[in-house]
Design a binder for this molecule. Structure first.
Ligand code: SAM
Ligand code: SF4
Ligand code: SF4
Length: 299
């Protein structure tokens, strides 16, 4: 078996994550990012995020194949850092899974991946977005969205992470993007760290309830908003712990395998998709509540 310049064998086997099945997984194909969004969970101290990519394309592809077969993984979310920094790797790796998706900041263009989903992040209307994501990022993303062929078979949705800080701009943001040629406008809410006292976190969950109500109202006006009313209702402060638990014990997203890249390019499983330092009691991950909604009504 050949070795890379850094000593990692090209076909190094992935770590042992046990024998269980995981229908879904996510992988950070790089910890590098061209933006420095202050709310980002990837760059929290407790979560692995060494920006030097130590896993070569061939090694990561091999490990993803092995993990797919070992854990019966059907769906893979490619993220980072900024996954489009390793565009060629991602485009090849997406074909390894029955369902693949990528979440990107959109500044490297929108990839054409027929049959797959591309989620493009924005944090609010132009002025606010650019305070968080950087100068001219909103226009860059808009240009990339309008430049793509909307009939190429790729599903493209926008996603805003709602925080206490950007919540006042919610309605203005929706008006800005309502007529963009995308397949939907999605929202998720901020996932705080355990000791989070930043401007992004609500003082208490009742304060967040008011924002959820505004989103429900917007959804009635804009059908392009891809939010499930029942899932949003499970986020209200009086019931949200039933979907999360205090330590993630009720969280359906815990059945996703989160693959972060740690020391020496070794894949590491973190506490959850949002890394190693999270406060489940204040978690706003839409996927958690959407999963709980489907569990409740499938029963
Ligand atoms: C970590 S980024 C990685 C992919 C890419 N760089 C991007 O920005 O889309 C994936 C998504 O997580 C969101 N995100 C970052 N920090 C978050 C947090 N603390 N809580 C909830 N979502 C967060 C981002 O806004 C983005 O939509
Ligand atoms: S672009 Fe994505 S990965 Fe990069 S800092 Fe922002 S949210 Fe985090
Ligand atoms: S922070 Fe959210 S996604 Fe992570 S385990 Fe807790 S409830 Fe689940």
């Amino acid at each position: 078996m050949g070795a890379q310049g850094d000593g990692i064998p090209v076909l190094a086997e992935p770590p042992d994550f046990g024998q269980g099945d995981y229908r879904s997984a996510l992988v950070l194909v790089t910890n590098a990012c061209n933006l420095t969004c202050p709310h980002c969970f990837v760059f929290r101290d407790e979560t692995p995020h060494d920006p030097r990519d130590k896993l070569r394309d061939a090694t990561l592809l091999h490990q993803l194949r092995v993990l797919r077969d070992r854990h019966n993984i059907k769906s893979m979310l490619f993220m980072g850092g900024e996954p489009m920094i390793r565009r060629n790797l991602v485009l090849t790796a997406m074909d390894l899974f029955e369902q693949s998706s990528i979440v990107t900041n959109g500044t490297y263009g929108i990839p054409s991946v027929p049959g797959h989903l591309v989620t493009v992040s924005l944090d609010g209307p132009p002025e606010y977005n650019d305070q968080v994501r950087g100068r001219d990022v909103f226009d860059k993303v808009r240009d990339a969205i309008f430049a793509r062929d909307p009939g190429d078979g790729t599903t493209v949705i926008l996603q805003m992470t709602i925080t206490r800080d950007n919540a006042p701009h919610l309605e203005e943001y929706v008006r800005h993007v309502a007529d963009w040629p995308v397949d939907g406008i999605a929202f998720t809410f901020y996932v705080p760290s355990s000791d989070d006292r930043s401007v992004f976190v609500w003082k208490d969950l009742k304060e967040r309830d008011a924002v959820i109500r505004r989103l429900l109202k917007l959804k009635r006006q804009f059908p392009q908003i891809k939010a499930n009313v029942g899932a949003l209702e499970l986020m209200f402060s009086d019931v949200c712990l039933e979907s999360t638990g205090t330590q993630g014990e009720n969280c359906l997203l815990k059945s996703t395998l989160p693959l972060y890249v740690g020391e020496n390019g070794r894949l590491e499983r973190t506490f959850c998709c949002y890394g190693n330092n999270v406060d489940c009691t204040r978690c706003g991950a839409y996927a958690v509540f959407n999963g709980a909604y489907h569990r409740k009504f499938a029963a």
